[in-house]
Design a protein around this ligand. Structure first.
Ligand code: PGA
Length: 254
């Protein structure tokens, strides 16, 4: 991972055909031709990885997956291991997304997934974030616990392969109840950096990378980009080539 701003496209369970997936990917590829200051990770549904990998060229865009299973192989019907993702072209995997936590994924399972993904040379994007804000600051305690549990027994040398994505549940998706402000985001970014600096006894804040996700779009990116976040995780708007292209242009220029 470089020091450029990282933009992760989380396509979730979209689009519904491989044809569309290829077309969106090719559209994004065109949009980024002249952008030199950003790194892009596209996370399509895992079944499309192999075909989209064939469309890759250059180093600007990498592929990622949206989840993996916590076992290497065996009798696990329907599950996908980190090694399978890797051989299909993924360099990254998103883990602990709130949509999976909602389905019952706990911090211990997320920790197992992270360990196995790192062992298989994948970079991990670990999602954390409170369901709601608390006037007394309880969300900070919640976020810290999510991070420390997720990274339990993970050694410092892996830190270069770990991105923490702060994704407050209340700001995600079309049902988001509120927009995050620059001030709120900056506070949490600094907080998460401190948690990692303390845990790993790091000297430099620059060694820890934090992304933000939750209704990021080309309209609010200008405000968010002035925080210390190292990049953004974009859901809905990463499926719209024009809107996503505009967003990438803006981040590239700042
Ligand atoms: P959104 O999704 O941009 O549609 O809010 C972000 C995410 O869930 O990763």
């Amino acid at each position: 991972m470089s020091n450029k701003k990282i933009i992760v496209a989380n396509w979730k369970m979209n689009p519904t055909t491989l044809r569309e997936a290829k077309s969106i990917f090719s559209g994004i590829k065109k949009q980024v031709l002249n952008l030199r200051n950003i790194e892009i990770v596209i996370c399509p549904p895992a079944v499309y990885l192999g075909e989209i990998k064939k469309l890759l060229s250059g180093k600007k865009i990498s592929l990622g997956a949206q989840n993996c299973f916590e076992e290497e192989k065996g009798a696990w019907t329907g599950k996908i291991s980190p090694e399978m993702l890797k051989t299909s072209g993924a360099k990254f995997v998103i883990l602990g997304h709130s949509e999976n936590r909602k389905e019952g994924e706990d911090n211990e399972t997320i920790n197992q997934k992270i360990k196995l993904a790192l062992k298989n040379d994948l970079n991990v994007i670990v999602c954390v974030g409170e369901k709601e804000r608390d006037k007394e600051g309880g969300h900070f305690v919640y976020i810290k616990e999510q991070i420390l549990d997720a990274l339990l027994n993970i050694r410092k040398n892996y830190l270069k392969n770990i991105l923490i994505a702060y994704e407050p549940v209340w700001a995600i998706g079309k049902d988001a109840t509120d927009d995050i402000t620059k001030k709120q985001l900056q506070e949490v970014v600094v907080f998460i950096k401190k948690v990692l600096v303390e845990k790993y006894n790091i000297k430099d804040f620059k060694d820890v990378k934090i992304l933000y996700g939750g209704s990021v779009n080309y309209k609010n990116i200008e405000e968010l980009v002035s925080t210390d976040a190292n990049g953004y995780l974009v859901g809905r708007d990463s499926l719209n080539v024009d809107k996503f292209g505009k967003l990438l242009q803006i981040v590239n220029e700042i």
